[in-house]
Design a protein around this ligand. Structure first.
Ligand SMILES: [Zn+2]
Ligand SMILES: [Zn+2]
Length: 280
């Protein structure tokens, strides 16, 4: 079984990878299953179904891409068409929800409106401030931005339960210009987060983009993965977080070996928001 559970396509505002090409490439790589997880980031991005072309052009001024969420009707229609056309691969419909405390109601509404197999819950912004631009970190100490980031995830998962796994749980480390922040300083808040995840029957993902960002550790770190296991965590998905052809399926087989060496026995796929377990 070879699958990728974190895949962006041209339905994400930061990718131009045509969805049908993703399927063709996945089949060429002998993938058995793929789950699309295009971006929705309320707070900094808007829904586009009701916008005119003019409004979209206006929105894109000053940005590399117009900050738009998935065009939902077109997204589900295309997945349906591809499922019929390419029956040799299992296609799951998911999304990556970049939730912040103040955007929970919008995501709840979206989740209730459509059928999903899988939802990655990610923290991409806090207070509408981005990490990759350092907008969020500036004027905060390393301790402040680390704790604020994990506190935001904790706040969200206390209130919002319609998700499958937490995406790239230690994303903040990727953009930490002050260097490695000791695990001991964040262990207690991460423990709180993982206990809720496990208690709610949710999981975490391993995001293999750590390899292309040249991070020394996995995403999330081996410390977090060990803690998750210690606390009884079992549900793990593996995804490349691809936004382009070169990254599809990359390092997934290697990551399975890593998980095995950390003592895990299974990884998961999802159907109708329920996990299915596969031996590593
Ligand atoms: Zn993400
Ligand atoms: Zn992603």
């Amino acid at each position: 079984m070879f699958c990728d559970y974190h895949v962006h396509t041209h339905f994400s505002d930061d990718s131009e990878y045509i969805m049908e090409n993703v399927i063709k490439d996945a089949i060429a790589m002998h993938m058995d299953e793929i789950c699309f997880t295009d971006h929705v980031d309320y707070g900094i991005k808007v829904d586009q179904e009701t916008l005119t072309k003019k409004q979209i052009i206006k929105l894109s001024q000053g940005h590399e891409f117009a900050p738009l969420n998935v065009h939902y009707p077109q997204y589900f229609k295309e997945i349906k068409r591809l499922r019929k056309k390419y029956s040799q691969i299992t296609i799951k419909q998911g999304m990556e929800f970049g939730i912040q405390t103040h955007t929970i109601p919008l995501f709840q509404k979206l989740f209730n409106q459509y059928d999903f197999d899988f939802i990655i819950l990610s923290c991409h912004q806090v207070d509408d401030k981005e990490f990759w631009t350092q907008d969020f970190q500036k004027e905060k100490t390393q301790q402040e931005y680390n704790l604020r980031y994990y506190q935001e995830i904790l706040n969200v998962i206390t209130q919002y339960k319609d998700y499958s796994v937490l995406g790239h749980l230690d994303l903040i480390a990727r953009y930490d210009q002050a260097g490695h922040y000791p695990f001991q300083n964040i262990k207690s808040i991460i423990t709180e987060i993982l206990k809720i995840v496990i208690q709610d029957g949710k999981g975490i993902e391993i995001n293999t983009s750590s390899y292309r960002y040249n991070l020394k550790d996995l995403t999330p770190s081996r410390d977090i993965l060990k803690l998750y296991k210690e606390l009884g965590g079992k549900i793990i998905t593996i995804g490349s977080d691809t936004h382009q052809k070169e990254h599809l399926g990359v390092y997934i087989k290697e990551t399975r070996k890593e998980l095995k060496s950390l003592g895990f026995e299974y990884y998961c796929t999802f159907k109708n928001m329920k996990p299915l377990f596969h031996p590593l």
